[in-house]
Design a protein around this ligand. Structure first.
Ligand SMILES: NC(=O)c1ccc[n+]([C@@H]2O[C@H](COP(=O)([O-])OP(=O)(O)OC[C@H]3O[C@@H](n4cnc5c(N)ncnc54)[C@H](OP(=O)(O)O)[C@@H]3O)[C@@H](O)[C@H]2O)c1
Length: 361
């Protein structure tokens, strides 16, 4: 069927694994997208700018080869200001030591210069969510970040669109594939460093794998969840188990009891509104929903006052799932922020519940 599809111009900050996979997916889904995506520019530290002023490239034109390089004076912020894009897709590094900078700054510049933003980068959303959301509202732009937690598992879009009026009291999650894979392999008798090497070969371990094993990665994801679902929590207030001090003990206890050793995230909001978060190495008994997860699987349980416990599982997630989260956000931005007609949703009707999740565009 032929019908008119408006062009949506995209600029990529960062052009690594996730960006390339996203462009592949845009290419693969081109026929069913409600818009025509066109890449107006790409920026990375080493490559500099890749764009041709006044021209945008369709995904099939750059799946194989990038457009010609062109350096423009002024650095990344100048690029974001000048690029003729409707949406900036921010896919640079989290830089936890720098509290999500410079990526957060890229997002600020994009919103201030009238671009919607999709990011898979947990750094800015962990450390600057409230500020960035306010900026998005001020400029009547949308900020989406589905892939920041659990590689594209639809958590935020589920809460945003499918759980109106719902209170979430507790969240439990297996949010780090590497830690849980390494624990399961060690439980099967594989030495720790061999298990880490396997996770690296599969492309899932952080360059510094201790960030996975010691719960730093999961703790940052806790911050994102707390920010979006409830209220901010500081990194230093999240309890974490050091892997080397506790893993062997947990593995032994799991073997003795018939359970599984796992790194489990727990976030709770108490009656008085306080938020507590922990990333613990623990034994998961048979009968617990997480007992069924293995390998690189990720899972999340939302304890709600409307739907009981919702258990979401992502089996063996990879780049495709992360890229799909970016694509889903892009489609959402198109439908709500860019498409000329906008249907009100149930969620819009409840300002109390939607305080942190709706945007005003
Ligand atoms: N990979 C996954 O499975 C996954 C899953 C969920 C979320 N994420 C998140 O998605 C984001 C992208 O991940 P990735 O795997 O695609 O990373 P990647 O392959 O390492 O690519 C990162 C890209 O960002 C660029 N970059 C880094 N710092 C920059 C800066 N300060 N300014 C401009 N460009 C910069 C790099 O450019 P140079 O090469 O020129 O330095 C590179 O092109 C990260 O935030 C990651 O945490 C990834």
């Amino acid at each position: 069927m032929n019908y008119y599809r408006p062009v949506v111009r995209l600029a990529f900050m960062g052009y690594g694994h996730v960006a390339r996979e996203t462009i592949k997916l845009l290419h693969e889904k081109a026929a069913s997208l409600p818009f025509s995506p066109a890449i107006a520019g790409i920026y990375t530290r080493k490559l500099g700018y890749r764009w041709v002023p006044g021209k945008a490239f369709f995904p099939h034109e750059i799946v194989q080869e990038l457009p010609p390089a062109r350096r423009v004076q002024g650095g990344p912020h100048k690029f974001i200001e000048r690029v003729q894009a409707d949406v900036v897709i921010e896919l640079t590094h989290p830089n936890i030591d720098e509290r999500g900078e410079p990526a957060a700054g890229y997002i600020r510049t994009a919103l201030e210069t009238g671009k919607h933003v999709v990011t898979a980068n947990k750094g800015p959303i962990a450390f600057h969510y409230a500020e960035l959301l306010n900026l998005a509202r001020k400029h009547r732009r949308l900020l989406r970040f589905e892939s920041t937690v659990a590689d594209g598992l639809p958590i935020f879009n589920l809460v945003r669109y499918s759980l109106p009026l719902t209170r979430i009291g507790r969240v439990r999650g297996l949010l780090n594939s590497t830690a849980n894979y390494v624990l399961s392999r060690m439980a099967a008798g594989v030495p720790q460093m061999r298990a880490v090497a396997e996770a690296r070969a599969a492309g899932i371990a952080e360059a510094d794998f201790q960030l996975d094993l010691d719960g730093w990665d999961s703790a940052i994801k806790c911050m994102v969840l707390a920010n979006v679902l409830w209220q901010p929590i500081e990194l230093e207030n999240i309890t974490r188990d050091a892997f080397d001090q506790r893993a062997q003990e947990i593995i032994a206890r799991a073997a003795a009891s018939g359970g599984k050793p796992q790194q489990v995230v727990t976030l709770t909001r108490s009656e008085n509104g306080d938020v507590h978060a922990a990333v613990r190495l623990q034994v998961t008994p048979p009968g617990d929903p997480f007992y069924s997860l293995s390998g690189y699987d990720l899972g999340l349980i939302l304890e709600t006052d409307t739907m009981g416990n919702l258990f979401l599982v992502e089996q063996s997630p990879g780049l495709r799932q992360t890229a799909f989260g970016v694509l889903a956000d892009l489609v959402d931005i198109y439908l709500r922020g860019i498409a000329p007609q906008r249907e009100p949703t149930l969620f819009d009707a409840d300002p109390e519940q939607s305080a942190t999740l709706t945007d005003d565009a």
